[in-house]
Design a protein around this ligand. Sequence first.
Ligand code: NAG
Ligand code: NAG
Ligand code: NAG
Ligand code: NAG
Ligand code: NAG
Ligand code: NAG
Length: 656
Amino acid sequence: MKPKLNLPSFMSVIVGLSLSLEHCPPPCRCDRGISRVSCVGAEVMPVFGSTTQEVWLVKTNISSVPQNAFANLLNISHIYITDDDNLRFLEKHSFYNLSTLKHIQLHGIKTLSYIDQEAFKELPNLKYLGIMNTAVTSFPKLEYIKSRQLDFVLEIVDNAFIKTLPANSFTGISVNALTIILNNNGLREIQGYAFNGSRLEEVYLHRNVDLERIDEFAFDGVIHGPTHLDLSDTQVHSLPSVGMENIEKLQVKRTLTLKALPPFSAFLHLQTAHLTFPSHCCGLKMLKRLRRHTEAVFCNLSRAALGKHLESPAVFSQKYLEHQVALHVEENLNVPTPHSAGYNMSCPANQPQDKDLFVVSLSSDQVRDDSDLALCDDPHIDNGPICTPLPDALNPCDDVISQGLLRVLVWVVSLLAISANSLVLLTLLTCQQKMSVTRFLMGHLAFADGCMGMYLLLIAFVDFYTHSQYYQYAIYWQTGSGCNLAGILSVFASELSVYTLTLISFQRWHAIFNAMRPDRHMRLRHITVLMLVGWLLCVIIALLPVLGVNTYQRVSICLPMDTETTVAQAYIISVLSINVIAFIVVCLCYLHIYFMVHNPQHDSSRFDTSMAKRMAVLIFTNFLCLVPICFYGLSAAFHQPLMTITDSKVRTFSLA
Ligand SMILES: *[C@@H]1O[C@H](CO)[C@@H](O)[C@H](O)[C@H]1NC(C)=O
Ligand SMILES: *[C@@H]1O[C@H](CO)[C@@H](O)[C@H](O)[C@H]1NC(C)=O
Ligand SMILES: *[C@@H]1O[C@H](CO)[C@@H](O)[C@H](O)[C@H]1NC(C)=O
Ligand SMILES: *[C@@H]1O[C@H](CO)[C@@H](O)[C@H](O)[C@H]1NC(C)=O
Ligand SMILES: *[C@@H]1O[C@H](CO)[C@@H](O)[C@H](O)[C@H]1NC(C)=O
Ligand SMILES: *[C@@H]1O[C@H](CO)[C@@H](O)[C@H](O)[C@H]1NC(C)=O
């Protein structure tokens, strides 16, 4: 009897409770009482209970989020709308006046194309807004959110149709600092004042692979920040120089289009930089040097001043200090300082001994980037912001030609080589005599050496033009067509030279070996055919790096020194082997000539012998010139920097 009575009443209690307090709307499932509601495949917007805290709408068949859809949910904190193929609009006041709402996430809504200007309004406790993988075509207006939470995170990612970031995009979202994640959208342009009126913490823009233009004033008008900017995997051509003062961490990895950075004085607080090109790190090193030096001068002077004015530290002349610092900076760093107003210094008078407490900030136009600051010597001494990729043996911070004497030498040698070889060519061409085999070969040798001279002249000219600023031009030069031209010239010239020298030796040997049989002498037509083959081979060898087998872009002197891929290594090793084989052939020829000439049984003409001697001198000096290039190439091929690029330049140029 008892159980029969108890069971129905117990049931009715449960049913009664769930009817009165807990009401889970039809297609939904509720957890934790009804505080967490998840609705899969809802046809209309469900009517949620007023105690609901978390709403999940998955795969609905609702075309828009209506006005005040969540207005009666007094404790709502999280709203998720995901994997939806029907939702097309967010209407005016879709998310309106929800004082408890912390988190909104719209994810994977391929049909969502329109968000009303006032869809998000009066959400004072919102901490996170995520709009991911939708079809919205313009950046949503978020100015009415007016959050008061600290550390608001705005995540708008994977939206392929958002093409521009207009002015004032982030105004009014939060009165406090914002972290903005805009990765992998279809952004092409960031307009001026895009971040106007916002307080920025971290700004991520990476993988916007079509992003080409950031307006110079994009970050103008920000109240503070950003402290972290990530533009990796984009196509930006330039960074703004305005509004970069607060950046502590800058990431622009794998962005090959960013060939030059803004004047380094724009980054006053930079601590870490992860960039694409090593040469950019050279410029940033100098920034830190300048900053340190200025601070040191200021601290020295202010300490001295404090010593003098010990009795009344508060009144020591700020003007005097500023003037002195300006003088010092000007003297020591060649930085023009028309007036000292750009230096804003504050000096905590009570702790003059702690130099870390001195704050010196240079206004950005004060430090002109064209001032001669050749301070970059050793990138491994920890004297600058952390910067990667570090300048390495292949891409040092120095100029194209770093030594002064070498610079002069390269000019002299190149001009000499061009004029002397032109003269040789001219006399050979205008000479009335019949073209002989020797003169024909000498003509080719002169042409090859003349090309080498042109290469050197090109390098000398680039060095002159980029003097003490090479890191600024490195990318333009090395990725441009000039470097390719220089590389082709140098490889073509050196290979043609080697080929011609080998042919000359062979021809000499052949003439002496067959001294008694004039019918067997090489005729001009044989040599012409051999030279044609040589030209073809040299052109191919010189063009291969342009076609991707190796590259002339790795080093400032445009030699094919890439060793990244197996093909590139194979190229270097093949070219070197060809040269070594040629050298061995030449040596063997002359060894045999030597024995033949010193053998009384062998009959060789005086003319042939003396010609062979003269040629030997020519050939071995010419080969000597090619040794350093080979040596460097070998060491590069085996990934063993036997000497640095600087050394190799010295040797290459001084012997070329
Ligand atoms: C909202 O939450 C608070 C505390 O978490 C609770 O006291 C209040 O009853 C809740 N209001 C509703 C309508 O559920
Ligand atoms: C979604 O709603 C439309 C009408 O609004 C209806 O025609 C369609 O069949 C619905 N789809 C599903 C999957 O329920
Ligand atoms: C906003 O919501 C609060 C309750 O949370 C209500 O008192 C107030 O009237 C609402 N304001 C508007 C403009 O709807
Ligand atoms: C920047 O924002 C301020 C208010 O925050 C506004 O007055 C000004 O017009 C905005 N500038 C631009 C260029 O939109
Ligand atoms: C600061 O003063 C110390 C000695 O007082 C001196 O060695 C140092 O070179 C000075 N630094 C600068 C930047 O003037
Ligand atoms: C210098 O800094 C102070 C606050 O530290 C500021 O009030 C003042 O405007 C600044 N002056 C200049 C010229 O930047």
